[in-house]
Design a protein around this ligand. Sequence first.
Ligand code: HAM
Length: 435
Amino acid sequence: MNPEKNEEKTNSKKEAVFQSVRGMHDILPKDGAAWMDMWNVGREISELHDFTFMETPILETLGLFEAGVGKMTDIVEKEMFVFKTRGKEDVALRPECTAPIMRSFLQNHLGHFASPLKVFYAGPMFRYERPQAGRYRQFHQWGFEIIGDGDPFYDAEIVLATLHFLSALGLKELRVKINTVGCRVCRPTYQKKLLQHYKANKKELCKDCARRYEENPLRLLDCKAQECRELLSGAPIILDHLCQACNAHLRQVLEFLENNMVLYEPDPHLVRGLDYYSRTVFEVVASDKPETALAGGGRYDYLAEFLGAGRNVPGVGVSIGIERVLEYAASKKLSIGRKDRPSIFFVVVGEEAKKKGLYLIQKLRLARVRTLESVGKKSLENQMRAANKAKAKFVFIFGQRECFEETIIMRNMDSGAQETIPLSRMVEEVKKRLR
Ligand code: HAM
């Protein structure tokens, strides 16, 4: 029996004892390139659109989300990871990042530095939802927020930045579902009309909507329960009840989108599950998978006030669901994260060559030449097989003889041509051939 293999077996048994928490996943090396690609695309798009990076803590006070997202929302009521710290503070793992960004905006007086402030963030969010495909308890969002200007120009810019991000990742045929949820002036009148519509059939609403009827009637519109969907027909739509200012705002947003050839779809039942929205709300979906939102956002002009600012600070933003985007891209076999061919695979044969080899490998890497190796495989044949598998452009072979003669063999993996070059010219010769 091979003792090494035996040890491996015991170890893997041991390793299997602990599992990740339900609904929370590792990002495995096989997906690493796609994630890196996504970060790179995100950084590039953020820079092009002039969004600056900012980060808030993963843990916030519970009250921030109760006040910002809304106590009666599913997110706050049912989905947050909440606990008490040793100092008896009630805290929550952030379920989203817009309220934290606004908290930081107010706390750090960020309005003094730019108007509007345009920021992006990327990182994990936490919601205690029932795990299923595209729905996790820890997931990642890339977000854009523009704070300090209520102009519809910025609502449109948020939509355009989102589409730019997704199309730069190779996603096609995206649709923007868009609606407005009005403002303090027109929303109450609309809510009254909505309640009148549902009043006669109140008893037929699902359990959640029976509660929403009292506390948050707009959410009756996007309930997925069959019984509630049936009651939807004939319900009044907010577009017929908007005040003049909200009407003009919506019209201007749509005009901006039309001028940019954005295919949008008015959806009068889109209300979104967070209470901070006012006026524009939107979601981006793929045409062939319209039931899954890849991104969602909208305007939140009252959020600052909800957080106790004592004044309105207009804001608009979006969050893109990274797992959903990558899963959709994978289902379409899009080439996100397909690696470039490595430049060099460095093969060492013998202990002496290995000792010197690391110095040479580091020299190549310091000269910004991507260099792979698999010295653990020991034999020349096994290392050459690994080089083939990695599809390296060139292989350097460094054995006892080369070590002694201060040379190295360079093999072109496409043509099979092989040459011996002095070590002193190694980097120079590689760079010449890679040009
Ligand atoms: P949200 O619609 O709750 O909005 O989330 C945005 C996106 O995050 C969704 O469209 C989806 O792609 C992804 N997502 C949400 N929940 C999950 C989950 N459990 N598993 C996987 N992906 C998920 C917000 O979070 C707002 N902060 C958006 C915003 C920014 N509004 C204004 N600014």
